[in-house]
Design a protein around this ligand. Structure first.
Ligand SMILES: Nc1ncnc2c1ncn2[C@@H]1O[C@H](COP(=O)(O)OP(=O)(O)O)[C@@H](O)[C@H]1O
Ligand SMILES: N[C@@H](CCC(=O)OP(=O)(O)O)C(=O)O
Length: 375
């Protein structure tokens, strides 16, 4: 059982920390950057970086900083204009960060990620390697979703879940979520009976006890819902989290009892398995028979074609898929070893049959056990 003070100490002593800041903490309702608030955040992060912490900043705000200069009164609603606005706002955002961090002698580098980069093994490794190298070089990577290029169907939309994935990718010791409210409350803070929560020992249990809503600021996207989802992913990844307002960044990073501290609920798993378990939604499903379901549930078996009954959806080898039993219950998530169109001819075949009738390249599991995570 992890205590609140252990979580606070873990954040204060983190060698690598991921800090996520939301649009509403960096911008004005008019759609322009708020240089004062951005500067205060940068001062707190620079203090941590110059004391030796490896700091990754996941920053929203591209759209919220871009619509004012483009002459819009409010955040655009259609995707094409949002993407164009993000292209303008992202440059403005980075220019401000570059100047603000530069005052403290801290160098920054921009990394724009799409959800697909967290799905494809090659891209995932590239992201991991580049972030690692930037940190080794003493640079603060500033990460945002690549809004201008992300396809609408598979985008994070908010940066909360992205920040939890980035925390996994860089194997962070702590995650700090900065927003426009000082802590998690039992209900939206506008409600009179909402009470502040200082410590969450089990985020999975707490999820059922609090009332959360989507964004209220007019510029944010995910609201408290996606922040709790990020805290959950971090917790089950073994990463402690603190959620508070951006003006509390300094105290939060120093381990002061501000905001809400979330205890990790599990030992840290391997980064790759966490990615399979939490990255973007699977593209399809492989339905398995009872024998294969038992084997998969056991946690150490690959999914062989012999135990597969049906394939649904269109996916390519390397894409994440659900593995379901016959009643439709999700057993696991995994990375498909084959394209969906190759699988029907393999269903029910043993490895010997696959080798004999289809060739050596088919004599492999549909999902290898190293690429499979129970849910
Ligand atoms: N239970 C809750 N506790 C705290 N805040 C909540 C809760 N439910 C909803 N919220 C709202 O979530 C908002 C933060 O989400 P959002 O506007 O998306 O921020 P950001 O731009 O920082 O990502 C807060 O302003 C708050 O009004
Ligand atoms: N990637 C987007 C983030 C969208 C957004 O509003 O996110 P958030 O403020 O974290 O809820 C941007 O930079 O505008």
């Amino acid at each position: 059982m992890v205590t609140e003070s252990e979580v606070r100490q873990a954040v204060a002593g983190a060698r690598t920390v991921v800090v996520k800041v939301g649009s509403s903490s960096l911008t004005k309702p008019s759609g322009h950057l708020d240089a004062g608030r951005l500067g205060a955040l940068v001062a707190a992060l620079s203090a941590a970086a110059t004391e030796g912490a490896r700091v990754v900043l996941v920053s929203s705000g591209a759209i919220a900083a871009g619509f004012g200069p483009l002459g819009f009164d409010s955040r655009p609603a259609d995707v094409a204009t949002q993407q164009a606005t993000a292209a303008v706002g992202q440059g403005l955002l980075m220019a401000q960060y570059e100047a603000a961090f530069g005052r403290f002698g801290v160098r920054v580098g921009q990394i724009l990620i799409t959800a697909e980069d967290t799905i494809r093994p090659q891209q995932y490794r590239n992201v991991q390697r580049t972030l690692g190298r930037l940190l080794d070089l003493g640079v603060v990577p500033i990460v945002n979703e690549n809004d201008s290029l992300a396809s609408n169907e598979i985008r994070f939309g908010d940066n909360d879940r992205l920040s939890a994935l980035v925390a996994n990718i860089v194997r962070a010791d702590a995650l700090v979520l900065l927003t426009d409210v000082d802590a998690l409350y039992t209900a939206p803070p506008s409600q009179p009976d909402a009470r502040r929560i200082g410590f969450v020992s089990d985020v999975v249990e707490t999820l059922g006890d609090v009332t959360v809503t989507g964004p209220t600021s007019g510029v944010g996207t995910g609201g408290m819902v996606t922040k709790l989802e990020a805290a959950r992913v971090a917790a089950v990844s073994g990463i402690p989290t603190v959620l508070t307002c951006a003006s509390n960044a300094g105290p939060a990073l120093m381990g002061d009892p501000v905001g809400t501290a979330f205890a990790p609920v599990k030992q840290r798993g391997s980064s790759r398995r966490l990615w399979i378990g939490f990255a973007a939604e699977p593209r399809g499903t492989i339905v398995v028979d009872a024998g294969a379901a038992t084997a998969v549930r056991g946690g150490r078996a690959s999914l062989l074609a012999a135990g597969a009954l049906e394939v649904r959806g269109a996916f390519s080898a390397g894409d994440p898929v659900w593995i379901d039993d016959e009643s439709g219950t999700h057993l696991a998530r995994g990375l498909a070893g084959f394209d969906s169109e190759e699988i029907p001819q393999m269903l029910g075949r043993t490895t010997v049959q696959l080798r004999r009738f289809l060739g050596e390249e088919y004599a492999h599991p549909l999902v290898h056990r190293d690429n499979l995570v129970l849910v």
